[in-house]
Design a protein around this ligand. Structure first.
Ligand SMILES: Cc1ncc(COP(=O)(O)O)c(C=O)c1O
Length: 361
């Protein structure tokens, strides 16, 4: 029996997401201890949450299903965001919310507009429902969204527009005024603020005026909870209720709910740690720029983009052998570019000394 004949055509065409290797995999591959690995390829924050020391997180009763509506967490989020609870829902990572939103609004052959280079999952989930993905490239020099081109490309078939701000991998922002111009059109505008805490710029206040706006956020990046998978959407109650009506009932596990609540109870601690990393951003850009082979893009977000004049893959492989993981970007005009998370102080020292060794040879 040929099972593939039974697959939906969209499934046959899909290109699976390639995840970065785990710290265990790399430590084994290069034969060093796990502590020596600098994992700077997936936008996580290098600080590990210290729930033990905080004594905050009470072990949830995992024999019972979790709270299906994340009440405690949504209550704390409502305080954090200054938005009422009815406008918030949580997901198994913001990835799940992207999938759910697309399934709510987009049918086969409807259009989704994205602005590459951008986060890959908008296209992935769009293709899964048979959407027509319109790619409106960012400005090649500034890496910013080309708002005029975006507006020109919105048509009657456009159901959704996805913008990551700060962008992944571009680390650039979109202005509120530009978002408003998109919001005046008849389409859902999703502003993905996965890296909001790295820049403090948000479009959330526009929710008061525009029911077609959805803001996505996550605890994966600033709060160090990537492994627990927890993100959230903020939107008008109609959209939130619709997400709630189609999502799996227990999509956010009890540990994730407790951990995210504890992060919000101790948000100053987490934000202060992040501040230290952000304060190094400019320094890191200028250190890296001192290598004549490297062009370093300005950063307002969680990443530093590095374009070597020589081969980026060779440099990535060298760094990997030294236990430093960075991502090779191959997206449209950003080919031969490396994306590195903002490092902490000790990590930065090691990265610089490894680069010095590389360029000495
Ligand atoms: C722009 C953007 N949005 C969403 C996500 C997914 O976040 P989560 O871990 O909450 O699924 C990422 C992760 O890389 C991202 O870069």
């Amino acid at each position: 029996m040929n099972i593939t004949k039974l697959f939906r055509p969209e499934i046959k065409k899909i290109k699976p997401y390639i995840s970065s290797p785990t710290i265990d995999d790399i430590a084994k591959e290069i034969g060093v201890s796990k502590e020596k690995i600098i994992k700077a390829d997936s936008g996580e924050n290098p600080y590990v949450p210290d729930f033990g020391r905080l004594g905050e997180i009470k072990s949830p009763k995992v024999c019972y299903y979790p709270d299906p509506s994340c009440r405690k967490l949504r209550n704390k989020l409502s305080e954090y965001l200054k938005v009422s609870e009815e406008k918030i829902t949580c997901g198994n990572g913001s990835d799940e919310l992207i999938d759910l939103l697309i399934r709510i609004f987009v049918s086969k052959n409807d259009e989704i507009i994205i602005n590459p280079p951008t986060f890959s999952m908008y296209k992935f989930y769009g293709e899964l429902v048979g959407a027509n993905i319109k790619e409106v490239l960012r400005n090649k020099n500034s890496l910013r969204v080309d708002i005029e081109k975006m507006l020109m490309n919105i048509s009657d078939r456009t159901k959704m527009v996805f913008i990551d701000s700060p962008g992944n991998p571009t680390s650039t922002l979109i202005d509120k005024g530009e978002i408003e111009r998109l919001l005046r059109r008849q389409a859902i505008v999703v502003v993905d603020e996965a890296y909001y805490e790295y820049c403090g710029k948000s479009a959330i206040s526009l929710l008061l005026k525009y029911p077609n706006l959805v803001i996505l956020r996550t605890f994966s990046k600033w709060a160090g909870l990537a492994g627990l998978r927890i993100g959230y959407a903020v939107a008008c109650p109609l959209i939130i209720n619709t997400i709630d009506s189609i999502r799996p009932p227990y999509n956010v596990n009890s540990f994730a709910q407790e951990a995210a609540s504890s992060v919000l109870d101790n948000k100053e601690l987490y934000l202060n740690r992040l501040k230290k990393i952000i304060s190094l951003r400019e320094k890191c850009v200028s250190y890296l720029s001192s290598f004549s082979d490297l062009f370093v893009y300005p950063s307002r977000g969680a990443y530093i983009l590095i374009k070597p004049k020589t081969n980026a893959k060779t440099l990535q492989t060298y760094l990997r052998k030294e236990g430093i993981l960075v991502k090779l970007i191959k997206s449209c005009f950003l080919e031969n570019t490396l994306r590195m998370n903002l490092p902490g102080p000790s990590e930065m020292k090691r990265i610089i000394s490894v680069l010095e060794k590389y360029y000495e040879n």
